[in-house]
Design a protein around this ligand. Structure first.
Ligand SMILES: [Fe+2]
Length: 450
């Protein structure tokens, strides 16, 4: 366990909910208000940036900071908490030197593999993921095992947002190089063998943070946030004249010529909520940005439904909800299939709100059939990140489950982990697990049943 030397910074990405923590803890038999559903046995892991050493002045959330995984273990209605840094090769070198050795993403090289964006379990391996690097394998106790490159088969980096097909057990992803526009479709079998590696080329160098899947396709959005090196600022420019391009990759694609490209109006996205295919029609629901700049917020952030017609080669877009949301999820058993319900972090600042932007004031459940929205608003001072849907082991319906999330309280040094009822989202939490030390705002996580 580490108790690192604390430091502080005025950088807006290193204050409030983003302020790192400097200790690795094991807290057992935590106080629970309400009741943890007794059928829930497993571990909820969430990754996020947490620089151990003070970064350079270009540090920007969520693009920087070595990953730290926060884990909440549930068993027999009891909860324990553990957190550990992912001990990347670069962090190990920095620890040996006793100082920062690597630069922020928007500074010149050298850059580190941060392993800070997501954590998934596939074929029995716990993989800490970062889109600019090779996965790091951890064990269930969060000890870093080391780099995992599929036995040397991984040609370059991997995505931070692979999709686990709930039926086939395949892990599907698209890795990217934002300087060259080189993409690689990667498919790992249920047993963890990388059995499809298909390089293909995007029309320009862009970030491909997330993908969507259907039972037949992997879909990537190429938005016009274009790689353009600059001495004075972030190495990207927003070029809406280019529009946006959608890559429709058949899951069994053998050659680059199997990839279909369809162009449309410009937009930006980080994440998708879900997608499904019916005949020549693919529907993708996702948080849609009208533009993106690394220095100014988008004017509009809305939940959209895009219909991709693979015969007519058209994209049609409609607004589901105009309130800003992101970090969207569904019941993972419906990933790639027609799901009725989706969940997302929701921006819902109120008059007198003292909370900080960059995390969410609320969690929303969207009924994608009727357009109805149910909101769980957290008290003033508290923000949340990604809402993760966890199926009720006793449940049968799509919506039978819970929403798991860490909650950050600006006023205090303590934190909490909360379980909401997905069927009755606006209600008080089913359980609040009190944590003796705050968990900073972070990125993505997974529930891994025992
Ligand atoms: Fe993400």
């Amino acid at each position: 366990m580490i108790k690192a030397e604390p430091w502080s910074s005025e950088n807006r990405f290193l204050i409030g909910a983003f302020r790192p923590v400097f200790d690795e803890r094991d807290d057992t038999d935590l106080t629970v208000e309400g009741e943890i559903p007794p059928g829930l046995r497993g571990v909820f892991m969430r990754n996020g940036p947490n620089p151990q050493f003070q970064p350079d002045g270009h540090y920007a959330y969520p693009f920087d900071g070595t990953g730290m995984v926060h884990a909440l273990y549930l068993e027999n209605g009891k909860a324990r908490y553990r957190n550990r840094w992912v001990v990347t090769q670069e962090l190990a070198a920095e620890r040996a030197a006793g100082r920062r050795l690597y630069n922020s993403t928007f500074s010149p090289p050298p850059h580190a593999d941060l392993a800070n964006t997501n954590i998934v379990r596939h074929a029995g391996r716990y993989l800490a993921l970062y889109e600019g690097g090779v996965p790091y394998e951890l064990d269930r106790d969060l000890a870093t095992v080391g780099l995992f490159n599929y036995g040397g088969k991984l040609p370059s980096v991997m995505s931070a947002h692979p999709k686990l097909d709930p039926v086939t057990g395949e892990l599907l992803s698209i890795a990217y190089n934002w300087e060259t526009g080189a993409l690689v479709y990667l498919r790992a079998s249920r047993s963890g063998t990388l059995d499809r590696i298909l390089p293909f080329q995007a029309p320009w160098g862009a970030m491909v943070h997330d993908i969507a899947i259907t039972e037949r396709h992997v879909i990537a959005f190429i938005c016009p946030l274009i790689y353009a090196p600059s001495q004075s600022g972030p190495p990207v420019t927003w070029q809406p004249d280019k529009g946006a391009m959608v890559a429709v990759v058949p899951r069994d694609a053998q050659a680059e010529s199997d990839v279909q490209w369809i162009g449309g109006a410009p937009f930006f996205n980080f994440h998708t909520m879900n997608a499904f295919a019916e005949g020549n029609r693919i529907e993708v629901v996702f948080p849609w940005y009208d533009s993106y700049s690394l220095t100014a917020p988008a004017q509009r952030l809305e939940l959209h439904r895009m219909v991709i017609d693979t015969d007519a080669k058209t994209l049609q877009d409609e607004t589901i909800d105009t309130q800003a949301c992101d970090f969207s999820r569904v019941n993972d058993a419906y990933l790639g299939r027609k799901a009725r319900f989706g969940y997302a972090g929701l921006r819902d600042p109120r008059p007198g709100d003292t909370r900080q932007g960059g995390a969410f004031e609320a969690i929303a459940r969207y009924d994608l059939t009727t357009g109805a929205k149910t909101v769980h608003l957290f008290p003033n001072g508290e923000t949340v990140c990604e809402p993760v849907f966890v199926a009720d082991p006793q449940g049968k319906a799509e919506e039978d489950g819970f929403i798991f999330t860490f909650v950050h309280d600006f006023a205090g040094e303590a934190g909490s982990f909360q379980i909401l009822d997905a069927r009755n989202l606006a209600a008080d939490p089913i359980a609040i697990v009190r944590l003796p030390r705050r968990v900073p705002a972070g990125l993505h996580g997974s529930w891994m049943p025992a």
